[in-house]
Design a protein around this ligand. Structure first.
Ligand code: SF4
Length: 93
């Protein structure tokens, strides 16, 4: 594994996708209080996208690092780990 980039190492991971998202965005707080939209920049998996001023989250590629939850100073996110058996399965520590 030495010599591989982080994206290359992450490509070995597997995901068991739960149809229910473990990430919820409070759209009212997001739209009216959040100016920085830090989730768009801080998520290493690029889970968050903005389209016409609306932030969405595609939970399928979430690495479960919790960074977005800490970074969202307006507390617009409700985040929990996926249900047992779902989410990321790390293959590389
Ligand atoms: Fe992105 Fe980590 Fe938040 Fe998942 S927990 S959405 S990988 S910042």
């Amino acid at each position: 594994m030495n010599g591989l980039t982080v994206p290359e190492k992450l490509s070995f991971n597997k995901f068991e996708l739960d149809e229910h998202s473990h990430i919820e965005i409070d759209r009212e707080i997001c739209r009216t209080k959040c100016i920085s939209k830090v989730c768009l920049f801080i998520c290493p998996a690029k889970v968050y996208k903005e389209h016409k001023g609306e932030v969405t989250a595609d939970h399928a590629g979430c690495l479960e690092c919790g960074t977005c939850l800490v970074a969202c100073t307006e507390k617009a996110l409700r985040w929990h780990y996926p249900a047992g058996g779902f989410g990321i399965i790390y293959r590389n520590g």
